[in-house]
Write a new protein. Structure first.
Length: 312
């Protein structure tokens, strides 16, 4: 069984602006509203892959209830802790400058609400269950929360997938989660590097390969680093693969990383060979780029892209 943990879910609103006017009035069009947050996005993609999963985390107010109802309509199980604050709303605007995101901080979590979540996670934690911990955390949640959760889940015999950034990632890795998927920006920040430090894309990719292998040596079974238009790097310690990005019509790149996380989780939970996991990861994440807003890829697009993706 797979569980996604989203401590800071959101209602994602994605819109288009034809002519972005800084400091002026901008008319939004084509506004799409989705239940979001990284773990929620993973749950939605796992559902398309026919992988049973349960979404866990904090929700509050009308926005939180909207997330619960959307997951219920998609037949995704959930066990959220209802908090006093209001679940955040995020605005993503696609313009000539690319995708610009405006993310709210989320509700402040009280100690008793955090304690309630811990109890629920312990109740669901059974040997060999896979827990996906992803995204930011709201106010009131400590930066070592993912480390705490990983340690607790490991004591219960569970496997853990960590997909976050900054101090949450750095501290969380100390508990040695089995699976890691930073993106390029997150990996560069982890090692205090910038993309401009590298003289070519090839040099950057080689550096990413070495860092991925280093993260594997530090305890992860599988490491994936998503690189946007440069594709992705994967390693299981025996094989290290750079998979080029697939050429697909991109409607929105937001959520592609979460789709990749879902595909990897699907693959490892289904005990697929490493190279088949890579094939699924690239096909499913490309499919997510073909959808509007933060919607998951369609089953039809996934199957089509899988047929077009040769083994690595």
């Amino acid at each position: 069984m797979i569980f996604t943990v989203t401590l800071n879910p959101a209602i994602d609103k994605t819109a288009i602006v034809d002519d972005f006017v800084l400091g002026g009035v901008n008319q939004l069009k084509g506004c799409i509203v989705d239940a979001g947050g990284k773990g929620v996005n993973v749950s939605k993609t796992l559902r398309v892959l026919n992988k049973p999963n349960m979404a866990i985390g904090f929700i509050g107010g009308s926005s939180g209830e909207q997330i619960r109802q959307e997951l219920q309509k998609k037949m995704i199980m959930s066990d959220f802790v209802t908090v006093q604050g209001e679940t955040r709303c995020n605005l993503k605007v696609n313009s000539v400058f690319g995708m610009t995101e405006f993310n709210e901080p989320g509700p402040k979590i009280r100690p008793e609400e955090m304690a309630q979540l811990m109890v629920r996670l312990e109740q669901h934690a059974k040997p060999n269950h896979l827990f996906i911990l992803s995204g930011s955390v709201p106010e009131g949640v400590s930066e070592d929360i993912y480390k705490q959760l990983i340690e607790m889940l490991h004591r219960k015999g569970c496997r853990v997938f960590l997909d976050t950034s900054g101090e949450l990632l750095r501290i969380g890795m100390e508990a040695q989660p089995e699976y890691l998927k930073p993106n390029l920006r997150e990996l560069l920040a982890l090692y205090h590097k910038q993309k401009t430090d590298f003289e070519s894309d090839e040099a950057l990719i080689e550096w990413v390969k070495e860092r991925a292998k280093e993260l594997h040596r530090n305890g992860a079974r599988l490491v994936a680093v998503s690189l946007g238009e440069l594709g992705a790097v994967f390693t299981d310690g025996l094989d290290t693969i750079h998979a080029p990005a697939k050429d697909v019509p991109v409607l929105s790149p937001v959520g592609a990383g979460d789709a990749m996380t879902a595909a990897i989780a699907y693959g490892v939970d289904s005990e697929l060979p490493f190279r088949e996991v890579v094939r699924y990861a690239m096909a499913v994440s490309a499919g997510a780029c073909m959808t509007e807003g933060t919607k998951p890829p369609s089953k039809e697009d996934i199957l089509k892209l899988l047929r077009q993706t040769e083994p690595y």
